[in-house]
Design a binder for this molecule. Structure first.
Ligand SMILES: [Zn+2]
Length: 145
């Protein structure tokens, strides 16, 4: 789900851009899924809220605090996730994000970078059954023969 940056300078610019003007910050309206994940060693905490409709994450928002890497990654992850099928998001693994960032990351910093994605996957896993669609009138009204 992530666009791959081409080199380290691009990645630095990308992260700086997300840090300066965070995307998708706040809470999804009428959220159907939510989860919070923490990385106590660094003090990172990210809450992700998602509104799922017809099997897609129509709105993905994050709020929380943490280091620059964690906040930039949260912005990047939520922006990339919005509008995508839940099945695709649930199947996106940490390695894909780390590969996209292309930065040498220590194990601790790797957790900072992937915390928002972890929270997103957790949110989508918590509530497996989507809210029932409102009954359409056409389904219940049979034309008299
Ligand atoms: Zn951190």
């Amino acid at each position: 789900m992530f666009d791959h940056a081409t080199n380290a300078e691009d990645v630095q610019d990308l992260l700086l851009d997300h840090e300066e003007s965070p995307r998708n910050r706040g809470r999804a309206i009428d959220a159907t899924h939510t989860a919070v994940r923490r990385h106590p060693l660094c003090g990172d905490e990210v809450a992700v809220t998602v509104r799922v409709k017809d099997g897609r994450a129509t709105e993905v928002r994050w709020e929380g605090r943490g280091c620059v890497l964690c906040r930039a990654s949260a912005s990047l992850t939520c922006e990339a996730a919005e509008g995508r099928p839940v099945a695709e998001l649930s199947a996106t693994d940490d390695a894909e994000l780390v590969h996209c960032l292309g930065l040498p990351l220590s194990p601790a910093k790797r957790i900072c970078a992937t915390l928002p994605l972890t929270a997103l996957r957790a949110a989508l896993a918590i509530r497996k059954h989507f809210p029932p669609e409102p009954e359409s009138s056409s389904a219940s009204s049979c034309a008299p023969s």
